[in-house]
Design a protein. Structure first.
Length: 258
């Protein structure tokens, strides 16, 4: 922080400057998300007084996935109170991620199409981030479809961020494994396919017209449950590890207030 005390000024003029890597914001948000899920899991296992075989999720999918950890009191209220641990840093990450892409474009370090994609994605990512809290507005036991829509938005959000990041980090030659394009494309393709199938199956169940018989067909239920596990790996540990690696590989961002 610097202070301007020139004679022409009646009062000191303070300027604050901070240089940081936006990936630290995503790391903080993911740690917050893990805390929320773990807290919900502990509360659901210890103090939630709901038969797990009677939940809306179990009746529709044939098993309780991680979303059930946030659905019932007191876990529902506690999880809603903890949500800013993920929401605030991730919202800041979305904004600063765009700003660093914009800076890279202006400095001719990133191509125009990367900047245009980022500019188009920015308002969508902001809305999907803040809309996720609607999961705590609609009770799944009363209206599962409305409750499920923010989860679909959350899945779309994570794919958009991943797609944007691959474009940016490749342009900056900062992808892991020596800026390996095939590995990055493989990850994006896998994430796109798993996300699409997850959304289609989940949406069909929420609409009451399931394309898989998850309740009565054990094989189909096992297939979908495996898909959810793969999805969890693709959207939590993989981006978290990537962000940790990018702390040293990608450029830092200068934030100044005057």
């Amino acid at each position: 922080m610097t202070v301007d005390n020139s004679p022409n000024n009646q009062t000191p003029n303070y300027a604050f400057s901070l240089r940081f890597n936006p990936e630290i914001l995503r790391i903080i948000s993911y740690v917050g998300l893990i805390i929320i899920l773990l807290t919900g899991a502990i509360l659901t296992a210890t103090v939630v007084d709901v038969d797990p075989h009677t939940t809306a999720i179990y009746k529709l999918f044939g098993f309780n996935h991680a979303c059930n950890w946030l659905d019932h009191e007191p876990s529902r209220t506690v999880s809603a109170m903890l949500l800013p641990l993920w929401e605030v840093p991730f919202l800041l990450y979305v904004i600063f991620n765009f700003l660093r892409i914009q800076d890279a474009y202006r400095e001719n370090k990133a191509p125009q199409y990367v900047y245009l994609v980022s500019a188009i994605f920015l308002p969508i990512e902001i809305l999907l981030t803040v809309w996720f809290r609607i999961v705590f507005v609609w009770n799944p036991e009363i209206n599962f479809f409305n409750h499920y829509l923010p989860y679909i938005g959350f899945q779309l959000l994570l794919f958009l961020v991943a797609f944007e990041n691959v474009l940016y980090f490749y342009a900056m030659k900062a992808l892991p494994f020596k800026n390996s394009r095939p590995i990055a494309l493989g990850y994006l393709i896998a994430l796109f396919m798993v996300t699409t199938v997850y959304i289609v199956v989940g949406l069909s169940v929420a609409l009451g017209h399931p394309i898989l018989d998850l309740v009565n067909n054990e094989g189909q239920r096992l297939l979908f449950r495996t898909l959810t596990n793969i999805y969890t790996v693709l959207v939590i540990p993989v981006p978290l590890i990537a962000s940790i690696l990018e702390l040293k590989r990608s450029p830092k961002h200068q934030l100044t207030f005057e």
